[in-house]
Ligand binder design. Structure first.
Ligand code: ZN
Length: 277
C-alpha cells in the first residue's frame, strides 16, 4: 500500500489570513509547524492502516513550508519548486491512493478561507469542460491520469464540500468553518489531528472502492485572468485560443498536457506583474 500526499497550507486548522501563509507574514513560522503536524497525522493514520510507502509533496507557495526534521520519519518529502507537475509532482502509477491535506476551495467560492486557484493574484476562474474547478479538481485529474483515486481531503468546510461534490463519497475532514474569506470557527488543532489520523486510516481502506477522477477527453481548459495583461501573457503559449479580454482556452488530449498548459499560462500571466511568486 503506497500513499501520495499533496499538502497545502490555507486549509490547515487555525489559518485564516495571508499573514500566516508566507515567509513575509509574522505568524508563518508557527503555521509551518501546524502544517507539518497535520501531514504527520495523515501519515500516522495511513501507516496504522497498513501503508508501506508514503510520499509527501509540499504544495504551497514556494513549496518549502514543511519542516523536514519534524516530518514523520517514515515519509519521503518533495520540497521546493519549480516542479513540472507542481502540486502533484512525484505522483505515479505505483500509488494506491492520494490524500489532499490542508486544501482550500476554488477561487470565487463563498465562505471559504483564502479561496484561490493556483495563484490568487493571477487566476480568477478555471473551468474544465465547462465545469468550474479549483486545486482539488485539477490535481485530482492529474492523479486520475495515473489511475490513482483521491480518497481523503482535509481543509475548511468549503474545500471539503467542493471535494465531495466533485469526487464523491471520499473521506473528508473539515477543520474549520468560514464565516467570510478571512474568518473561521476552528476546531482545536489536537482534535483536527485526531480526526485526520482516523480519516486517513479509513481512506487507505477506501482506495479499492473509489474510482480515479476522470473526465471524457478532449480536455477543454478555460482560464479567466484577473486582468487582460495576464491573458496577453498566457496567449503566447502555442495552441492557446483567446476567447475574450481576460479568458484563454486550450484543448488538450490528456489531463497532464492540460495541467502543464495551465502551469505555463499561470507563469506567463504572473510574469506581467512585478511581484515574486
Ligand atoms: Zn493552494
Amino acid at each position: 500500500m503506497k500513499v501520495y500526499i499533496s499538502a497545502d497550507l490555507e486549509g490547515v486548522c487555525g489559518v485564516v489570513h495571508r499573514d500566516q501563509t508566507g515567509e513575509e507574514g509574522k505568524d508563518y513560522e508557527k503555521v509551518r509547524r501546524w502544517m507539518t503536524a497535520e501531514v504527520n497525522s495523515a501519515i500516522e493514520g495511513a501507516l496504522a492502516a497498513g501503508a508501506r510507502k508514503i510520499l509527501v509533496n509540499d504544495s504551497h507557495g514556494d513549496m518549502r513550508n514543511i519542516l523536514p526534521d519534524e516530518l514523520h520519519p517514515k515519509a519521503l518529502l518533495i520540497s521546493g519548486s519549480l516542479k513540472p507537475l507542481s502540486m502533484m509532482e512525484g505522483i505515479s502509477r505505483e500509488f494506491d491512493c492520494v490524500f489532499f491535506v490542508g486544501y482550500h476551495a476554488a477561487m470565487g467560492t463563498r465562505s471559504a478561507i483564502l479561496d484561490h486557484s493556483y495563484y490568487g493574484q493571477v487566476v480568477s476562474e478555471v473551468k474544465v469542460n465547462g465545469r468550474m474547478v479549483g486545486e482539488v479538481g485539477l490535481n485530482a485529474l492529474v492523479a486520475g491520469a495515473f489511475g490513482v483515486p483521491v480518497t481523503l481531503v482535509t481543509g475548511d468546510r468549503g474545500a471539503v464540500v467542493q471535494a465531495r461534490g466533485l469526487l464523491g463519497p471520499i473521506e473528508t475532514v473539515a477543520v474549520k468553518e468560514a464565516t467570510t474569506r478571512y474568518a473561521a470557527r476552528s476546531i482545536h488543532p489536537s482534535e483536527a489531528h485526531r480526526l485526520i489520523r482516523d480519516a486517513a486510516s479509513r481512506a487507505v481502506a477506501l482506495s479499492a472502492r473509489i474510482k480515479p477522477f476522470r473526465l471524457k477527453p478532449p480536455f477543454r481548459l478555460t482560464m479567466r485572468f484577473i486582468n487582460s495583461g495576464m491573458a496577453d501573457g498566457a496567449a503566447i503559449l502555442p495552441r492557446t485560443k483567446r476567447l475574450d479580454g481576460t479568458t484563454t482556452e486550450y484543448v488538450a488530449k490528456d489531463p497532464i498536457e492540460m495541467f502543464q498548459a495551465m502551469q505555463v499560462w499561470v507563469t506567463l500571466g504572473a510574469s506581467t506583474i512585478p511581484i515574486r511568486r
